[in-house]
Design a protein around this ligand. Structure first.
Ligand code: NCD
Length: 315
């Protein structure tokens, strides 16, 4: 493992395309160590003296909260800038370029969420001194969410190949789905069933790949032996016309009866959150539902691991 600790040192993390099974192996091994640090409340000084700027142009609970907690769990610190378009000099007309150049002067890594697809790649090309991590760029990608999703599947199913899964909801605008499918495509023999309104179909293809994608139109078509279901909300903020959103919102809702009818006993039910009605609250108590449990916690562990790697301080 020693020779692999240099993975991602000083690198921008823009897309899931940057990962491969070997680097994920390293990352997940470190994430497990990070769980020990966090759960045992073992004080860590790994990132002492390091500062991350969390620059969030879009709302966030889990991504920002877990990056913030991840830095602090490791003895580092954060500069949190939410809604910069309103509360930073961007409101006075400052350019994106100047904003990035400014905040990089204060920190060792920038974690950026922005409504424009490609904006994190742009920030990465602007930043001269620190790496930039993509915390969601428009409808593009959300690579660190896919890291925690894959880590969750790996931990609970014991493998990342030969899986049968269902991904449902807003496949067009859901950036977490885009990164997750890229991740599943790194391993052999995965089959993913796609369930979405026809207006919200997946915008990308995986030609000549290991990943088999099967579009289904109705809950009746869900195979009964899936290893995981990955549900997502319809991304309201991407619609210019509210009526278009209302037309497609919550077309597919997970109820207990639906889970019991179409789900297997051994599957896990995931969701990146937030949910806005597409999984009924009653389902939360089902042991297969992991979205409010391990899936959230894993977000902090993988982000601790990624920050340690990017900052060149992996244990
Ligand atoms: C997701 C996002 O921001 O893309 N949230 C998250 O980071 N867990 C999913 C969503 O907003 O629907």
């Amino acid at each position: 493992m020693n020779d692999l600790k240099g993975y991602f040192k000083g690198e921008h993390i823009v897309s899931f395309d940057q990962f491969d099974p070997r680097s994920l192996d390293v990352l997940f091994t470190i994430a497990k160590q990070m769980r020990e640090v966090a759960q045992n409340a073992k004080p860590s000084r790994l990132l002492e003296g390091n500062i991350a700027t969390l620059l969030f142009y879009e709302p966030s609970s889990r991504t920002m909260g877990s990056f913030d907690a991840a830095m602090k769990q490791l003895g580092g610190n954060t500069v949190v800038v939410t809604n910069p378009q309103q509360f930073s000099s961007a409101a006075k007309g400052e350019s994106f370029q100047d904003t990035i150049r400014t905040f990089e002067a204060y920190c060792d890594v920038i974690v950026l969420r922005h409504p424009e697809t490609g904006s994190v790649a742009k920030a990465a090309s602007i930043a001269m001194h620190v790496p930039v991590i993509n915390a969601g760029d428009g409808i593009g990608e959300h690579p660190t969410q896919a890291l925690l999703d894959l880590f969750t599947i790996f931990e609970l199913k014991g493998r990342l190949s030969g899986l049968k899964g269902l991904v449902a909801g807003d496949l067009l605008n859901g950036r977490t789905v885009h990164s997750l499918l890229k991740g599943l495509n790194l391993y052999g023999g995965n089959i993913v069933y796609l369930l979405a309104p026809k207006e919200l179909q997946l915008p990308m293809e995986f030609p000549d790949s290991n990943l088999t994608l099967v579009t289904v139109e109705d809950a009746h078509d869900i195979p009964r032996d899936c290893d995981f279901w990955y549900w997502t909300r319809v991304q309201k903020e991407r619609f210019s016309n509210p009526a278009d959103y209302e037309r497609v919102n919550n077309r597919f809702v997970v109820t207990q009866a639906m889970l019991d009818t179409y789900g297997s006993r051994h599957m896990i039910l995931m969701h990146p959150l937030p949910r806005v009605g597409e999984i009924e609250d009653a389902v939360d108590e089902d042991p297969r539902a992991v979205y409010l449990k391990s899936q959230i916690r894993n977000g902090m562990y993988v982000r601790m691991a990624l920050l340690a790697l990017v900052l060149g301080k992996a244990p």
